[in-house]
Ligand binder design. Structure first.
Ligand code: PHE
Ligand code: NA
Length: 434
């Protein structure tokens, strides 16, 4: 077998993983999930989900990937007893389904870049969203987005990916801080903050069955967990990196970007359509931000820069979504990388025509409420109960965490993560039908 590529540096891996994590999930999905699920009540559950379940789950994917040095499916054959490759296959399938609708939302971003140039959204941000978010325009933009994604993936792992993220993350942070600062001056900003930040615990209690699956799904989605993506990325990782250290950096950075997006969107909503107004549905963040650019001095230019940066964030995520199924097929069938990336991308494009005609929510629910919890359940059971001990000990390699911490993590993965995910799944699937 040919020598496997590795990241040229630790930073290269972190950039790629952060590139995968930080994306539309932070700026598009997080504000709208928060607005649709009671504001701060959702935020509290979401943060618990990220740190108590997401962080240890990222460590599961990293240990599987680095220990096996295999793609997200074969990894399960390498480390365990019996055939658990189905666990990886669920994740790869989730990546593929997600790519189909992610690319549609990525297409919206492209339409907002065009709208920044023409000024088309400056007058009526809501109407503009309506005109680009579904139908032929949406299909066309989705085609462009997926074509660019295919182009990047077809040319190899390390090259394309390592570069783009380096300037994207600082740029996104600066832009969001600037927008949040401006939004703080809007009339009504205070009411926006209190909706976003001061939790009403009775809302958590009464909406538990909706909030928990939404928050867990958002946590997995935003951290790129349950897709096999982090398994695939970690498989190219050298042995002397600290997995807990890298994971902490990724989780914290990703959380900061999402929180900042909320700090921009919620005061804007309060000042425009109403405190925590989620009637814009999947368009909530786009409409709020584009509306803000319509009022800002030099808003058209700021909007252009913002949506270009968001496009980079979306692309560094979508390439990881295409990478997971591509590297699996390349490894297992020995086919040429370029052909595989084009083939899978083309099928995802066709599948994406449905969300481009208004079914983003359906795809979103399928992934959040069903596929991701199921995938995470199996990878947790795998590492917790099935994989050999070397796989578990991979956690501590290259890091200063001791035997004790590894044991705590192992029991957390054995018991807490599966229970949390089963509860989520139960609530999520039942809410699907009601
Ligand atoms: N984490 C990405 C986001 O928040 C979405 C994603 C999931 C990307 C899985 C790749 C893999 O936008
Ligand atoms: Na994210």
């Amino acid at each position: 077998m040919a020598q496997r590529e590795t990241w040229t540096s630790r930073a290269g891996f972190i950039f790629a993983a952060v590139g995968s994590a930080v994306g539309l999930g932070n700026i598009w999905s997080f504000p709208f999930q928060t607005a649709s699920n009671g504001g701060a009540a959702f935020l509290v559950v979401y943060l618990l989900a990220v740190f108590l379940i997401g962080f240890p789950t990222m460590l599961i994917e990293f240990t599987i990937g680095r220990r096996s040095k295999q793609n997200a499916v074969s990894a399960f054959a390498e480390l365990g007893y019996g055939d658990w490759t189905f666990a990886g296959a669920i994740g790869v399938f989730a990546s593929f389904i997600t790519l189909a609708f992610y690319s549609v939302v990525g297409g919206w971003v492209i339409s907002y870049i065009v709208g920044s140039v023409t000024g088309a959204y400056l007058g009526d941000a809501g109407a503009y969203f309506g005109s680009v978010s579904s139908g032929l325009v949406a299909v066309g933009a989705h085609a462009v987005f997926i074509a660019v994604t295919i182009g990047i993936v077809a040319f190899g792992v390390a090259d394309g990916i390592e570069r783009a993220t380096k300037f994207m993350i600082p740029a996104i942070l600066v832009l969001l801080v600037g927008l949040a600062a401006w939004a703080s001056t809007l009339p009504g900003a205070g009411a926006g903050y209190s909706y976003y930040l001061s939790p009403d615990f009775s809302v958590i209690a009464s909406n538990f069955a909706d909030i928990v699956p939404a928050a867990m799904g958002q946590a997995f989605f935003t951290l790129s967990l349950g897709f096999g993506v982090m398994i695939a990325y970690a498989s190219y990782l050298g042995r002397d990196d600290s997995l807990p250290g890298d994971s902490a950096i990724i989780v914290v950075l990703n959380t900061i970007v999402a929180l900042l997006a909320g700090f921009a969107v919620f005061p804007i909503l309060a000042a425009t359509s109403g405190v925590g107004d989620a009637s814009g549905g999947a368009g909530t963040a786009f409409i709020a931000l584009a509306g803000a650019f319509g009022q800002l001095p030099a808003g058209q230019i700021i909007g252009l820069v913002f949506f270009v940066v968001l496009l980079f964030a979306a692309l560094s995520s979508s390439i990881s979504l295409l990478e997971a199924p591509t590297s699996y097929v390349v490894d297992s069938q020995g086919m040429e990388r370029r052909t595989v990336a084009i083939g899978i991308g083309a099928v995802a494009f066709v599948l994406g025509i449905a969300p481009a005609y208004g079914y983003v929510g359906l795809f979103n629910d399928l992934v959040f409420n069903v596929l991701l919890p199921v995938a995470v359940l199996f990878i947790a059971l795998f590492v917790g109960w099935v994989a050999n001990r070397e796989a578990v000990d991979e956690l501590g390699r290259g890091s200063s965490i001791g035997e004790g911490a590894t044991t705590i993590w192992l029991w957390w993965v054995r018991i807490v993560v599966p229970i949390a995910v089963i509860v989520t799944l139960y609530l999520g699937v039942t809410s699907f039908y009601t």
